[in-house]
Design a protein. Structure first.
Length: 451
């Protein structure tokens, strides 16, 4: 164990340098992941228009479901892997990584099958208006084929990063995103394939990225996977699932909120001057733009994960505290920058995704200004939630992950519109953001003092 601690840079290198080493590739990987949706949104918005934009928003909960599973197996596997390595148990670390990879593949195949069988009911459940349904089904039927590869590339990327190769994670995701972007332009603009072309380009990019991730997982740096590592152990599955529950819960909560929000936007939009489609289309675009900002925040929190996990396992608590403190400082700076951008340039941002009526722009600007008003505190909850998971406190992390989406936002989405109509949906966002940040501060203060 002493040899492992002395040789592993996670326990010796400067925290600032380690954060740059792990966070920058993680941020890029998260940005690349969000590009899959943003790029499709851009080309569909330019070619298909408002209904196409609404259709991608209807399909978006399934992308969130994929990310939830990828984080459950990927972050959970990475945390368990680093904790095992930090305690000197390399054999168990290899079994954990192999089991996490199997969980990703099996989950992706299962989700693909469920989507193909229940496609139309799912689109109705996700809030599709009648004039959007055909576009949503066309897009989702194809993109679901890529779910197993999406899970392997996204979740496998966390495992590869935990193995000390963050640049490889970035390479896998970047390759898939570049392929998706190039083929999107060719299929949608060149061949005029519309929704089908955008979906096909996405799947091809995911297949390539997923295959690359599998190859690099099989050729590890600190642990070399063998066939016996793929033999599923209930103990390892439980350990991975418990440690991955916090980030997974956050994504599941987001999926539930997306579905409720789409249904609410459809219902209250029909009773406003905007109609059913405009609120759904604008909300989808703005959510994905916000995902770009959140990619930075989540990326730096994921960069902290191997540092916090290893040093907590090695009982180097001063390094754990320093890592969290520096990550919070970076997150605060990013959040303030995003707040300024969203408040000053909302119309310019929405215009990137195709033209619309004046009512379309009016709703989009109001949504930016109101729903994302407390963006400048939105770094606190995801960073702190992932921090709890990284140091082996998954229950605290899971609870905190649920605060913003389920405990605060979901009830507000149901209550506020009763009094304020469609504006109530927008007011729910900043109230939930502020309350989640306050809870995060109180929870982390106690554990930080104990460390």
């Amino acid at each position: 164990m002493t040899d492992v601690l002395q040789k592993n840079p996670l326990g010796e290198e400067r925290i600032g340098k380690l954060l740059r080493q792990f966070a920058v590739p993680s941020i890029i990987s998260m940005l690349v992941g969000s590009l899959y949706n943003i790029v499709d949104q851009f080309f569909i918005g330019q070619r298909v228009g408002e209904l196409g934009n609404a259709a991608t928003n209807i399909a978006f909960p399934l992308s969130t479901a994929c990310l939830a599973i990828a984080l459950l197996c990927g972050i959970g596997g990475a945390s368990a892997f680093n904790l095992a390595m930090g305690s000197g148990d390399a054999e168990r670390a290899g079994n954990i990584m192999g089991n996490a990879a199997v969980m990703l593949a099996v989950s992706g195949i299962f989700l693909c099958g469920v989507t193909q069988i229940f496609l139309r009911p799912l689109m109705h459940l996700f809030g599709s208006p009648d004039n959007v349904l055909a576009y949503a089904m066309e897009y989702t039927r194809i993109t679901s084929i890529g779910f197993p590869f999406l899970l392997l590339s996204t979740g496998g990327g966390h495992l590869i990063r935990a193995d000390g190769r963050p640049k490889i994670t970035m390479l896998c995701n970047l390759t898939g995103a570049v392929i998706n972007t190039v083929l999107d332009a060719f299929f949608v603009f060149g061949l005029n394939l519309g929704m089908t072309g955008a979906a096909g380009a996405t799947v091809i990019g995911q297949v390539v990225a997923g295959c690359m991730a599998v190859w690099f997982l099989a050729h590890g740096q600190t642990v070399h996977l063998k066939w016996e590592n793929l033999r599923v152990s209930l103990k390892n599955v439980k350990r991975i699932s418990v440690l991955g529950m916090a980030p997974c819960s956050n994504q599941v909560a987001m999926m539930v909120v997306q579905i409720i929000m789409n249904q609410s936007l459809k219902y209250y939009g029909a009773r406003s001057v905007y109609g059913e489609s405009i609120p759904i289309a604008c909300s989808g675009i703005i959510s994905k733009v916000n995902m770009v900002f959140m990619s930075f925040v989540i990326g730096i929190s994921q960069g902290l994960q191997p540092i916090a996990s290893f040093n907590y396992g090695a009982k180097k608590y001063d390094r754990v505290k320093e890592g969290y403190r520096k990550t919070i400082a970076i997150g605060a700076g990013l959040s303030v920058a995003a707040f300024i951008l969203f408040q000053i340039f909302p119309r310019q941002i929405i215009s990137l995704f195709g033209e619309g009526s004046e009512a379309y722009y009016q709703f989009a600007v109001r949504y930016f200004h109101i729903f994302l008003f407390f963006t400048f505190v939105n770094f606190m909850q995801p960073i702190t939630s992932n921090f709890f998971t990284a140091v082996g406190m998954p229950k605290k992390g899971s609870f905190l992950a649920l605060t913003r989406q389920i405990i605060f936002l979901l009830p507000l989405l149901l209550i506020f519109p009763l009094f304020f109509g469609i504006d109530g949906i927008m007011y729910a966002g900043p109230v939930a953001d502020c309350m989640a940040a306050v809870v995060s501060v109180f929870m982390v203060k106690k554990i930080y003092q104990q460390l």
